[in-house]
Ligand binder design. Structure first.
Ligand SMILES: Nc1nc2c(c(=O)[nH]1)N[C@H]1C(S)=C(S)[C@@H](COP(=O)(O)O)O[C@H]1N2
Ligand SMILES: [Mo]
Length: 231
């Protein structure tokens, strides 16, 4: 009897905590599985777009509904510069080719949108770690703020970006990103909800503010946005 009472109390307490913390949106359970592969140097997969990789079905990103706040952006690659600034030793303004001069990597990753859908792709990109090393984050830098050409912003802790070997992707499924998917660059924010996967990245700002909130985060979506939060 005691046991039942105690369990009931714990359940009620958990519900109460859940309700009071209900101001932020929780991550949905991954749908269709959280498919993930190892980080490998980019291999030549031929000139064609692929829809299967090592036996896994890939999502056709081109036909995904575009949910971006202001719709697909058109980035002029001739005048494009990726700005890396803020709390860094030497701010950078990199051309598309300069970004791509870093080592290319590939990884099978699933994007989970907070709305409940998910998409799996073979992402190809350069390591954020390599790009950031070029600018030299100051010891006081704790947050990486991503700015899209549409003035969208989102952020991640610098430590997470480095530890997870996050990729700044320029290709998915062996095809260059198209405008609706973030051309020229989308952050492949592995294990973070879709709103952390900034598209049309034009600026990477290092910040000393641990509590910075991006566009959706300011609307009440969790700043952590972890897909598989550990208890
Ligand atoms: N610049 C920018 N990036 C953005 C968004 C946006 O509105 N603007 N929307 C985000 C959201 S909510 C999701 S789910 C993903 C969708 O990425 P996809 O279109 O490549 O699937 O992009 C993210 N990146
Ligand atoms: Mo999303």
């Amino acid at each position: 009897m005691h046991r039942v009472l105690r369990t009931t109390c714990i359940v009620l307490l958990a519900l109460l905590i859940g309700m009071t913390c209900g101001c932020t949106v929780q991550a949905p359970a991954p749908q269709g599985g959280d498919i993930k592969g190892p980080l490998v140097p980019a291999q030549d997969l031929g000139m064609v777009e692929i829809n299967k990789y090592q036996g896994k079905d890939l999502t056709d990103f081109k036909t995904l509904e575009d949910n971006s706040v202001k719709g697909p952006q058109t980035v002029d690659i001739a005048s494009y510069r990726l700005v890396i600034d803020g709390a860094v030793q030497s701010p950078q303004r990199l051309t598309y080719a300069e970004v791509l001069s870093h080592t290319h990597y590939q990884k099978l990753i699933t994007l989970h949108c907070v709305e409940g859908w998910s998409a799996t792709g073979l992402f190809e990109g350069v390591l954020m770690k390599d790009l950031l090393a070029q600018a030299g984050p100051l010891p006081s830098a704790v947050t990486v703020i991503f700015h899209g050409q549409d003035d969208y912003t989102t952020s991640l802790p610098l430590a997470t970006v480095l530890k997870r070997n996050m990729l700044l992707a320029y290709r998915v499924n062996n095809a260059d990103l198209i405008a609706r998917n973030g051309y020229p660059f989308q952050l492949a924010a592995e294990d973070k909800l879709g709103y952390k996967w900034c598209k049309w990245v034009v600026r990477i700002e290092l910040s000393t503010d641990p509590n910075y909130q991006g566009f959706w985060e300011r609307q009440g979506f969790g700043n952590d946005a972890e897909v598989n939060p550990s208890p």
